[in-house]
Design a protein around this ligand. Sequence first.
Ligand code: PGA
Length: 232
Amino acid sequence: MLIAGNWKMFKGPAEAWAFADAFDPPDGVDVVVCPPYLALATVVEAGITTYAQNVHWAAEGAFTGEISATMLSELGVQGSIVGHSERRQFFGESDETVARRTVAALEAGLGVIACVGETEEEHDSGQKEIVVRLQVESIRDAVGAHERLVIAYEPVWAIGTGKTASPEEAQEAHAFIKSLVDVPVLYGGSVKPENAEELLSQSDVDGALVGGASLVVESFTAICQTAARIQS
Ligand code: PGA
């Protein structure tokens, strides 16, 4: 079971240090924290497994504002999220660029949490399966069922909204994704201590990608403890 905290654009080095200092992850669950770039070194130094929130496909070059996989490795960062829906929605990320980022990160020895998921409109118009299929297949066709690849199923309508997929809906989506590529699948979208148990108990839910609730030590710890309990 893997619980990853995506801090998005919250917490600079000082707040990251305060979090890390107070955070004592339970045994029996893999925990990853994904801080903003500026706080990566702080979280690495605190001894927590650290992933970036994005990574570029080139090793170096004229790509203003981007960071490469080798630069992340140099810092002790062990992986990266790619294709988060906020990147797809606000920064023009496409299935093609997500696949390129995934290839580069895996080739450089990093782990990857690749995000997929349908928007509310796609969900309501019955296009969920085709959208998720295309997103997953583009990653799978680029790297296969790589041992350091994890998919995160994050229905966009559930992110930061307080709405979650029902446990049955999550289970169904996860089983579908695994039928396309046999890798662990995390659920993401308003995961909180109150709903973690029912979601993480589903047989094809292998962990969670947690946004808002990962910013507070108490709620993130509670979710990690639930995962550890279910795992054992
Ligand atoms: P949320 O975010 O838990 O705040 O909904 C999840 C994510 O965006 O990864």
